[in-house]
Structure formats: structure tokens, C-alpha cells
Design a protein around this ligand. Structure first.
Ligand code: NAP
Length: 301
């Protein structure tokens, strides 16, 4: 992403998270919104944004752990609905473009098999996190019709080491806990490394995206018309086939079982975002890109 030369600053909410820390890495001139402000009263956060006069606000802050949202819906609501709505109001007031992450989880309750387009079926969220994400999309657009809501797929990367953005500044020795949250690639590698059983459902379809590519398209996303966009790699393989494809790309021979869970698709059609020039790799092409970036080709040796 080349967001380094805007006339006004780029603000990142959630700069220490999995996605936000990679946005910070690719956009070193960006200004993190302090975490305590994200959790403070609306007025303090709005004052900070007014003073910063941003050109773009990227909202990657959330409570994104689905179990945590079930256990504490109030905190989920504050982080996943109230916060983006405040950011939407502040963006409108300061003339900033807001890009706010939503999730493919909004489709959890659909019984149709997919792939789902943004406009073909009304999303049916089936958990607290997904319900809050969907409500946030609608309320953000009510407040700020120019805002861009990105329904991201499950994203992955290798862990961050040096260069992680930490509360005490970039380049510290240990990454923040969010920055290295579990993801599909790490789940697979971790199982192989420790000889743990690996299983994925053959009746589930979902795109899985290399987060570095999702981040690389954010500059283009900042020029999108306001609205909701499915955002990430498409995937016509089920999760079991996808795990096998990843192992094959890594040249690793390892057994993967069918976990046999019931059908539950989060399968998105991303043609809308593609029509604006953000042509994501397919899920398997994304694995290849990540393997190339990190030099993971020779794991079998
Ligand atoms: N990762 C994925 O695979 C994925 C998939 C689909 C959608 N998304 C969406 O993409 C966005 C980024 O996800 P992520 O995985 O990068 O998230 P993450 O790693 O969980 O990071 C979330 C960030 O939000 C901050 N945060 C946590 N609780 C908060 C609260 N109560 N109030 C305000 N801020 C809070 C955290 O700050 P601290 O570090 O200071 O605690 C952290 O920086 C989210 O909107 C998520 O829903 C992610």
C-alpha cells in the first residue's frame, strides 16, 4: 500500500491487532489511534480525530474472537458497533474517508450454499459477533454513506517478529498478542510441527486470504464509493480440500481428516471488489504468494 504521501494523515484504529499491525508495517507514516482512546468516551476519541484532521481512517479495531463476543456481548457491542459508528461520524465531520473492516461471518446463518454476493441474499448472522458486524455496517452507512465496509474472509500470515508495532513503538523485540493470533496457516504448520491431528470440514466453503494482499489493496479501497464489499480471496474448494492444497503447496505430506461438521458456508463471491480493480489471488494462489514471500518452499527438506 502506498498511503505514505497523503496531504493529511492516515489514522489506524486497532494498530496493534493482526491486521492493523500489518497495515502499520506497510504504511509507516500512518498514525495509530491510541488503544485507550478507542476504549474511552466518545468525546475524547472525536477530539483526537478532529485534531488529527485525517485524510483516511482505517478501522481494524474489533473484538474479533467469536467466543469472547458470546461471553461478553456488551463489550462486543461497544467495540464492534459503537466504535465504528463514532469513527463514521468523526470521518464525516473531518472529511476523512473511512474504511472499516466487517466480516464474512455476517453470512453464517444462510442455508443456501453460496457463493454469496453482497446484494443477492440478505445476510443472516448466526452469532453475536456476526450480528454486531452486520448492525455496524448498516449504522455506519446511515451516519456516513461514503464509508467503505469490507467483509473480510479469514486471513492468515506468518507471525511477526521484529517490526511489530507495539505499545512502546515499532521495532520492539516481542510482538503484541493480537498481532500473532491464530490463523489457518499457523494452525496447519503448528499441527505438522507438533505431530497433532489435523481436521477440517469437507462440507464448509470459505475464502481464506493472505493478509498482506488484503492490506496491499487498502489504498485502492480508499477510493471506492461508499458501501459494502466482499473482500478477499475466493475459493471453490471445501475446507478439507483447502488444507490439503496448502500442505501440497508446502510440499508437506501430512494426514488431514474430515471433521464432519455440519454444512456452514461463508463462501463469498468477490466480483464486486474485482470490478474496481482489486483482483485478489484465489485462495490457493494466495498460499503460493505467501510461501514465496517467506521462502517456505523447502519445508520438506
Ligand atoms: N483476522 C481475520 O481473519 C478476520 C476475518 C474477518 C474479519 N476480520 C475483521 O478485520 C478487523 C481486524 O481483525 P483482526 O483479526 O486484525 O483483529 P485483532 O487482531 O483481534 O485486533 C483487534 C484490535 O482491536 C483492538 N481492540 C480489542 N478490543 C477492543 C475494544 N474493546 N475496543 C477497541 N479496540 C479494541 C485491539 O487493541 P489492543 O491490541 O490494544 O488490545 C486490537 O488492536 C476486525 O474488524 C475483524 O472483525 C478479521
Amino acid at each position: 500500500m502506498n498511503l505514505n504521501t497523503p496531504s493529511r494523515p492516515v489514522l489506524i484504529a486497532g494498530a496493534h491487532g493482526f491486521t492493523g499491525s500489518r497495515v502499520m508495517q506497510s504504511c509507516p507514516g500512518a498514525v495509530p489511534v491510541p488503544g485507550e482512546l478507542l476504549r474511552s468516551a466518545e468525546q475524547r476519541l472525536t477530539d483526537f480525530i478532529r485534531a488529527a484532521e485525517p485524510q483516511i481512517i482505517i478501522n481494524a479495531a474489533a473484538v474479533s474472537d467469536i467466543g469472547a463476543c458470546e461471553r461478553d456481548p456488551e463489550t462486543s457491542y461497544t467495540a464492534n458497533v459503537t466504535l465504528p459508528v463514532i469513527l463514521a461520524g468523526a470521518a464525516r465531520e473531518t472529511g476523512a474517508k473511512l474504511i472499516s473492516f466487517s466480516s464474512d461471518q455476517v453470512y453464517t446463518g444462510l442455508t443456501e450454499s453460496g457463493p454469496y454476493r453482497e446484494d443477492s441474499l440478505l445476510p443472516v448472522p448466526a452469532n453475536v459477533y456476526a450480528r454486531h458486524k452486520l448492525e455496524a455496517e448498516q449504522r455506519v452507512l446511515d451516519v456516513n454513506p461514503d464509508a467503505v465496509l469490507l467483509r473480510a474472509t479469514w486471513m492468515y500470515d506468518m507471525p511477526l517478529y521484529r517490526g511489530a508495532v507495539l505499545p512502546d513503538g515499532p521495532g520492539s523485540a516481542a510482538p503484541s498478542p493480537h498481532a500473532n493470533r491464530g490463523n489457518f496457516l499457523i494452525t496447519v504448520l503448528d499441527a505438522v510441527l507438533h505431530g497433532r491431528p489435523l481436521s477440517f470440514p469437507s462440507r464448509r466453503y470459505r475464502g481464506i486470504t493472505y493478509v498482506r494482499q488484503a492490506v496491499s489493496f487498502l489504498e485502492q479501497a480508499s477510493r471506492l464509493p461508499g458501501g459494502i464489499y466482499n473482500y478477499g480471496s475466493e475459493n471453490d474448494r471445501n475446507m478439507l480440500e483447502t488444507a490439503k492444497a496448502l500442505l501440497q503447496e508446502l510440499k508437506l505430506e501430512y494426514p488431514v481428516q474430515d471433521s464432519g461438521q455440519i454444512q456452514h458456508n461463508l463462501w463469498m463471491d468477490c466480483s464486486r471488489i474485482r470490478s474496481f480493480g482489486m483482483d485478489f489471488d484465489s485462495t490457493v494462489q494466495g498460499f503460493r504468494r505467501c510461501i514465496r514471500d517467506y521462502g517456505l518452499r523447502d519445508l520438506s527438506v
